[in-house]
Ligand binder design. Structure first.
Ligand SMILES: [Zn+2]
Length: 86
């Protein structure tokens, strides 16, 4: 068993996940928000603008970076640039 440090709150927990059980729900909410953004803004001029994604979804750059590394967002992530969120 390995202890992981939660990417969101910094607490330690035993799991293979990036976030602790308390934060999983927050992650899921933000992932849904990101999916909605993608659905609703796909034809928008600022669709692939990272600052626009952040201001529309309220997701922090760190968390956004983590979500975009997931397979389900790989197309979107590849369009948005070079993973340069900072
Ligand atoms: Zn946490």
């Amino acid at each position: 068993m390995n202890f992981n440090k939660c990417c969101r709150c910094g607490c330690f927990f035993v799991s293979e996940n990036a976030v602790c059980p308390n934060c999983e729900q927050k992650d899921q909410l933000e992932i849904n928000r990101l999916k909605n953004y993608i659905e609703e803004n796909v034809n928008g001029t600022n669709f692939y603008n990272i600052d626009n994604v952040i201001s529309c979804t309220g997701i922090t750059p760190n968390n956004l970076n983590r979500f975009l590394a997931q397979d389900q967002f790989s197309d979107f992530a590849s369009q948005i640039g070079n993973g340069n969120l900072n």
